[in-house]
Design a protein around this ligand. Structure first.
Ligand SMILES: [Zn+2]
Length: 415
């Protein structure tokens, strides 16, 4: 039987979004609920209660993830997992992650109300701290679940010098047991995450649903340009070794690579810092921070080589030495083809128009992909805005997403 969410489900989703939005840091703009903060702690009690009210058996695991279990006919069969996160960035919005948690809770409730007993357990997870935090680490809960949280990560410090390990301990979690997570050590069947797109593609194309094909890889570099500090009044233009000009050329090279990407590809320079404090000295030491993202492995590895070559050549012309320090922040993670097909067929059966879409942002699904074949369902973001107070998704779009999630869960259960 096909299924669309009931009016009560829609009302509960709307009131849930409003209720969670109240858990925020009033001293910060937007709806700020950062990991380890007091509003976040309080909100998690609310979320656990909402899960219990929906008939789920709730545990908080050693990594701080809230896990609600809807028992299936065969509890020994690999469990189907869905969920997302409810923390926000500083000055964030009310939908990123939250839709995927509240939507999953309502999906579990709908299954029970329509008398659908799954063959296997359904686990609804609210992952701890998905957003990048003061320690520069994102997806804390899903990373721990996937055993991708290393002991050295706990040594990272925030701007006050507080270690991540201490932040965990202060929050009431044992830093030595974070990856001891029984539900994640079981064999898992599939992982499916409902999320807002956080970009403009679906809205621009007038589509209510996206079937995620892959989650972007991110390559970052820090370039250090070393020229010569000379008098800005007496040194002729041809005699200069201006590190700032070399950095400026590099910024344009980064942009031009992004603009020339054949598929999804973007390139951004986020910061340029000069050591020169004086307005009358030719800059001699400049650091530049950039990143390149794509779901196209070929382009992403090519752009690394091309940018390195271009920046080196341009800097050499200007007499400036340059060192490039590349690091991979995220590898490209492809959504499982089988899960993509199920989401697409669920959408088709509900008459929901959809398109395949890459994710330019990272998600808990990146880490869950190492535990189970993974897929994601995107719904539109108004004006493509996200990580800001204006972030918005219409209730009608959330309704479509939850309907597709319920149908997807039923079809995945049968695989
Ligand atoms: Zn998110």
């Amino acid at each position: 039987m096909l299924h669309t969410p009931s009016d009560e489900t829609i009302d509960r989703l709307e009131s849930g979004l409003a209720a969670l939005a109240e858990f925020r840091d009033p001293s910060r703009p937007g709806w700020t609920r950062e990991v380890f903060s007091e509003p976040y702690r309080a909100s998690r009690e609310w979320t656990a209660k909402r899960m219990r009210e929906a008939g789920l058996e709730v545990v908080v695991d050693n990594a701080g993830n809230i896990v609600g279990r809807l028992p299936g006919e065969d509890p020994s069969a690999p469990a189907l997992v869905t969920g997302s996160h409810t923390d926000t960035v500083d000055g964030g919005g009310r939908f990123d992650g939250i839709v995927g948690v509240l939507g999953a809770i309502e999906a579990a409730r709908e299954l029970q109300q329509t008398g659908t007993r799954l063959g296997r357990d359904l686990l609804v997870v609210d992952f701890l701290g998905e957003e990048s935090n003061a320690y520069g680490l994102s997806c804390l809960g899903s990373r721990a679940a996937a055993r991708e949280l290393a002991p050295e990560d706990l040594e990272r410090t925030d701007y006050r010098g507080v270690r991540l390990g201490k932040a965990y301990a202060d929050y009431g979690l044992d830093p030595s047991k974070l990856t001891e997570i029984p539900w994640a050590r079981r064999r898992l069947h599939r992982f499916i995450e409902l999320h807002i797109e956080q970009g403009p593609t679906l809205e621009k194309r007038g589509l209510p649903l996206g079937v995620v094909t892959a989650i972007t890889g991110i390559e970052r570099f820090i370039a250090t340009f070393t020229g010569s500090a000379d008098h800005a009044g007496t040194t002729s233009m041809e005699d200069r070794r201006d590190a700032m000009v070399a950095a400026a050329e590099a910024v344009l090279a980064v942009r031009s690579e992004g603009c020339g990407a054949p598929t999804h590809g973007v390139a951004t320079s986020t910061r340029v810092e000069s050591e020169s404090r004086s307005p009358n000295v030719v800059p001699s030491l400049v650091r530049m921070y950039s990143e390149v993202r794509s779901v196209d492995e070929y382009w992403l590895s090519g752009v690394k080589g091309r940018l390195t070559g271009e920046i080196l050549a341009k800097s050499a012309e200007l007499g400036v030495d340059v060192g490039l320090d590349w690091s991979t922040d995220n590898h490209i993670v492809k959504a499982d083809k089988g899960v993509q097909d199920v989401v697409a067929s669920a959408a088709d059966s509900l008459d929901i128009a959809w398109a395949p879409i890459p994710s330019g942002a990272t998600h808990d699904a990146v880490h869950m992909a190492s535990l189970a074949p993974m897929g994601m369902i995107f719904i539109p973001s108004k004006d493509g805005k996200s990580h800001c107070p204006e972030e918005w998704t219409d209730t009608a779009d959330i309704e479509v997403g939850v309907g597709a999630l319920v149908q997807t869960i039923k079809e995945l259960d049968r695989l």
